[in-house]
Write a protein that binds this ligand. Structure first.
Ligand SMILES: [Zn+2]
Length: 487
């Protein structure tokens, strides 16, 4: 048994052709050209955007002219991952597949079923002669995996469809109807610095071993943020003793919950014992609060002979105001969704903090499936840091995909799923960015849903696609297309 023998043959054949074409993210020239030719050879209106996105329009089946137009959407790039012992050049070599029971797998590399199978289903709709669908537009984007680039560069006013079915979900039976938008904040401030007084010891105070995680999908786990913990301990130490803050640095990426935060202090020799016991007292309390989420968290208090910065300390009033702002800065879950149980609606990750060489810096990533709630959170964050004498700027904003559980396409998908499976699908949303969020931002009226067949371990060499799941999913997609309501 090989990929060529699988049913539905047309879909697997289209996927097989995609496995022949190297298409790692940011190297989509070949697959973009292939898709362009695919549309042209079928005699269909085909558009290639400058970034490489492809749009192919297919007229309705005779008698289906009045149906609402549907956009079938997927992404053409794939994540290039391989096992260390496999020789494979993702920019040149085709993906070799094999069938293992109900699974299609690759030989030591990612399979590219994410999102090759979604794209293959869309291409099969373009080829079909008997499917009774209305007007169809297929949109295949570039570079979803490393930054949703294709969706971001999609022109507004180009798509004609009113309904968009994104075919990039990975769990059969799970209908995704919402995602979060994002917004980056950058806080900046300054200080002159005070020379190191005599008779002080330089202390390194480090917070390590925190669990961390993804700032979107793990934010509901209420893990400790190493920057917040450091701020809490330092605020007490600076407030209750004559220790001085010299340096602070925590977090490495906006979308990762910080796992470590490092700081340096100048402590008068006579205050050393007091500083140490206050720091330990506060950290012991924190440790107990996060015993289950961050069991390996630790604080290391030790004298240090060298410094990673200029040997001056922050003026005490500036240091305290900044630490107060770090304490007050929104972090973690701001609000849970009222419409989808268990879904985080709005959150912030106080991702990076730095105090060094005259500069104060904080970078955070806010997310929300409700754009106005994200703006309100941004205003709150700005207020906190402006009160502490800092400036705040926002960049990289993108829209969320607001949940509409009663929309036409969601109801139709649920109805057709029930007909086929005899039970309800689960309706979910995720607290991270998806192409639908960005596309919806450019096409505000678009009625969207995301669905797909079951894939396991995407983005890894263990990626595999369920063959039977694709069969059922293809059947569902066809019955939904045929049942799209009239305008
Ligand atoms: Zn994908």
């Amino acid at each position: 048994m090989t990929i060529q023998d699988l049913e539905p043959r047309a879909v697997w054949q289209n996927f097989y052709q995609l496995t022949r074409i190297p298409r790692p993210s940011k190297h989509e020239e070949k697959v973009s050209a292939y898709l362009y030719d695919f549309g042209r050879k079928l005699g269909l209106e085909t558009i290639r955007e400058e970034c490489g996105n492809i749009i192919i329009r297919k007229p309705p089946h005779p008698g289906c002219e009045n149906k609402k137009a549907v956009v079938l959407q997927g992404h053409m790039d794939m994540v290039p991952q391989k096992n260390a012992d496999v020789k494979h050049d993702f920019e040149k070599d085709p993906i070799e597949t094999w069938v293992d029971g109900d699974w299609l797998k690759a030989k030591g590399t990612t399979l590219g079923a994410d999102d090759g199978l979604g794209v293959a289903m869309a291409l099969t709709v373009l080829q079909s002669k008997d499917l009774k669908h209305g007007p169809v537009e297929v949109l295949v984007t570039v570079d979803e995996e490393t930054g949703l680039t294709g969706a971001n560069l999609l022109a507004s006013g180009l798509l004609q469809g009113e309904i968009l079915i994104n075919l990039d979900s990975e769990e059969e039976g799970e209908l995704c109807i919402g995602c979060a938008g994002g917004l980056d904040s950058a806080v900046s401030g300054s200080y002159k610095g005070i020379e190191r007084p005599n008779n002080t010891v330089c202390i390194s105070l480090a917070f390590k071993g925190f669990q961390g995680g993804h700032s979107g999908t793990d934010i509901n786990l209420y893990r400790a943020n190493a920057n917040k913990v450091a701020a809490r301990v330092l605020h007490r130490v600076l407030g209750e003793t004559d220790a001085r803050l010299v340096y602070m640095q925590g977090g490495t990426l906006r979308n990762a919950i910080p796992r470590e935060c490092f700081s340096y202090l100048f402590v008068p020799e006579l205050s050393l014992g007091k500083v140490r016991s206050i720091a330990e007292d506060e950290f012991t309390k924190i440790k107990a609060e996060y015993a289950l989420t961050d069991p390996d968290a630790k604080m290391v208090f030790e004298p240090s002979s060298s410094l990673p910065c200029r040997p001056v300390s922050v003026e005490p009033e500036i240091a305290l105001a900044f630490l107060k702002a770090l304490l007050a800065c929104p972090d973690g879950v701001e609000r849970m969704s009222s419409s989808v149980p268990g879904l985080v609606e709005t959150s912030n990750n106080m991702a990076m903090v730095k105090v060094a060489d005259g500069e104060l810096m904080v970078k955070t990533l806010m997310r929300s499936s409700v754009d106005s709630a994200k703006e309100a959170l941004a205003t709150k964050l700005k207020a906190v840091f402006e009160l502490a004498g800092c400036q705040v700027e926002f960049t990289g904003g993108y829209s969320g995909w607001t949940l509409k559980p009663d929309s036409d396409i969601v109801r139709l998908m649920v109805e057709k799923y029930k007909e086929q499976y005899g039970e309800d699908p689960s309706v979910v949303a995720i607290h991270a960015g998806l192409e639908c969020g960005i596309i919806g931002g450019k096409y505000p009226g678009m009625d969207m849903v995301s669905y797909g067949s079951t894939l396991c371990s995407p983005h890894s060499p263990d990626e595999r696609a369920s063959i039977s799941s694709l069969q059922r999913t293809w059947k569902l997609v066809c019955s939904v297309l045929e049942a799209i309501p009239e305008k």
